[in-house]
Every structure is written in structure tokens, then in C-alpha cells.
Design a protein around this ligand. Sequence first.
Ligand SMILES: [Zn+2]
Length: 441
Amino acid sequence: VKRTLIAGCDVITLDAKGRVLPASQVAVEGRKVVGVGEVPAGFVPDERIDATGKLLLPALYNAHCHSPMTFERGWAEDLPLDRWFNEKIWVAESALTADDVYWGAALAACEMIRAGCVGFNDHYFHMDRVGEVVRDSGMKASLTWCVFGIGADKEVGADLTGTLGFIERWQGAADGRIRTILGPHSPYVCPPEFLMEVGRIARERALPVHIHVAESDEQVRLSVARHRRTPVAHLEHCGLLAGKATLAHGLYLTEEDLTILAAHDVTVVRCPITYMKLAMGSTPARTLLDRCVNVAIGTDGPGSNNDMDMLLATRIFALLEKHVTQDATAMAGDLALRCATRSGARAMGFADAGAIEAGAAADLILIDCARPHMRPRHDLVANVVHGARSGDVADVMCDGRWLMRDRVILTLDEKTILEEADARARAMVGKSMQVVRSYQG
Ligand SMILES: [Zn+2]
């Protein structure tokens, strides 16, 4: 078992007391943190890292994304949500191949590691290939093969039975770094009978569910017209909230919705950059937190963000909350950082991650503070939430293994990935546009 001592760094623990320790040290043994501040008796490190001038904190968790969608970055600009989907995103995805998914996700993995993120909650297609990226990169992930339930010919790569095969192949793979869950796309695409079937399977097999919900007021109106229930009440009715559930967005919520969410083991994931870019409204996250609903942060897919930078998403999350509530005290202190770390890890089933304390998973990052925007050091938490940039992240560790050291990614061939992902993205949108032209005659 490898022992690493990281010494000389300031430490933001995000522990129960929210301790920040100046010029301290962290001991890692195997996959776990075994000492913070003090080193356990008899601890002899195999590796000693001098981290003087750096800031150590828990690694970030991206709680809702579509990592392979890096190939749609810059492909659907300046459009409202409905046109963004119908005219661009679903057109490009009509030409999607499993190889595209691998390279798109690999590009996303490089980007996430560079911004201090070690875990992601991914919702897409051909997920075996994303599983390969997680295995190779050393990251952690909760993977969902998205299904629609509107006819086998409309599924991408696999129907519900096929996704259950995926779950069996990958559950607990990569030394337990991969978890697999069920992912019906949304209550506005999936028919109610299909949602009920997914709910039944989720209960039988104790599988969590990851689904989009209440992204626009129109979705709420249509749901009430069709089902006589809001999207959240509809999900409850279909049995999808009976176990653990991750709900992406949840932007348009009624009082009754909030009561339902508070009564279940759900996480609502907010992707603030998408909301600003696609001009979507937002029930404040505080409304959910006040009712003890777990709130986590995601980047969403790069077709709508456009990056996978969790540090930036955390900063925008805090700023948007202050702006929307017109309350500068909202999302104060380390709260946004907790949503981006522990709350996201909890949603993804990695309950031992998200804090720097003995017994926690050794998922941590080191931020280089020898930068003008990181001085002075009155408030290290504020420096991270409101100042740090992905380029400041120097080192990233996941489960005790270094994924990046001195800004060099160790687990993936970044140069090849950049070239391959770029070429494939160009080929894919080219192919999809030919399909559109042939339809139009
Ligand atoms: Zn999404």
C-alpha cells in the first residue's frame, strides 16, 4: 500500500466544522486519507510532496453532464432551448457513433481533471465507451445510458433491456470507481407506462435513477395538461422517486413539488451556466436547501455551457444565487464548495468523498497560489470560490492515485485526444448536415 505525505500546504477541509488549516499536512495511505494536520504514529511515506504555497482541498464532483457532447461545443450557439435541441443538438447526434463517444468523453475527462474534478455523473449513449474512459483516466463516475421509451427505433444504441446489460457489465468496475444507474431521459419525452416500468426495475434492483425534470414553464404546463400533475408529482406518481434519484435542473417548482422533493432521497443538480446561456429561469437553490434537499452542481453538456470547468460552474452557481435572490449573503462561505464536492459525491454514491478528514477517500486537488489573483490570503475559501481558475489547479488525486502532477495529466494521452476529438467532431457534424440536406431534397 502506497503512503503519500503532502506537506506545507494550507488545507480547506470542508469537514463538519469547516476547518481551514494553515501550513498543514495531509497523509494518504492507499485510497484513503489517514491524517490531517497530524500524521498517524508510525506513518512512513513512500512519497513526500512539498506543497508549500499551495492550497489543498477536496476534489470536485460534476453531478450532471453529458461528457461526450464535447463534440457539440460551439455547434449550437445563441439559440433558445427548443431550437437548440431540434435544429442543432438532435441533428448532430443523428450521426453519432460509439467511437465518437469514446473520444468526446476522453476530451471531457482531460478538461475535468484540469479543473480539479475527479468524478462525474454522466447521462448519454454508448456508455460502455465512457466506461472505458473512466477506467483509463483513473476518475470516478456514475454512468447512465439514456433511454426514451418511445419505440426501439428511436433509442440510441440500446433499449431498456440493453441498458440493463450495460449496468451488469460495468457496475462496480474499475476497482469500484464506476457505478451504473438508470436514466430515462425526462418526463416530457418518456411515456408514463415506460417511466413506471423503469421505476419498478429501479425498486427491484435497488438502482438509483438520473433524469431531467422541470426545465421550462412550458414543460410544467404540458405536464399538468397531459397528466394533471407537475413533472415532479408525475415522477413521484410513476414511482421514480421511491429510491435514490438525481434530478437534473428542477427549475420550475411549485410548493407541492418542494414538499415531494423534501420527502424523498433526491438530489437536485443545478447547471447554472446552461441556465444563463439558454435563458432559463430558476427557483433559487436556497429554496431547496432550506427544505434539506441535497443540491449539487453540474456543468451539463458542452453544447450548452460550453466547458466542463467545475471550478467556474461553482463560482457562477454562487453568483447566480446572489443575483437571482437579490441577496448578497446567499450561498455564503464554503456552501457552494460543499455543493460541488460532498453533495455531488453523495448523489453519485461515493459517500466517503468530499472532505479532507481521516477515513475519507483521497480525492483531492492542489491549487497553485503563487498567482496575483490568489493574493492576499484573507479568506482562502473565498479565494477558491470567487477567484481560482482551472489553470491554477496543479495536481489532482483520485482514490490515492495522482491523475495530474504539475499540470501534466498522467493517465491519458492528452495530445492525441485533442487531435482525435477535433477531427471526429468535424466529421460528425458534416455527416449529420448531409442527412438534413437529403431530407430537405
Ligand atoms: Zn442534461
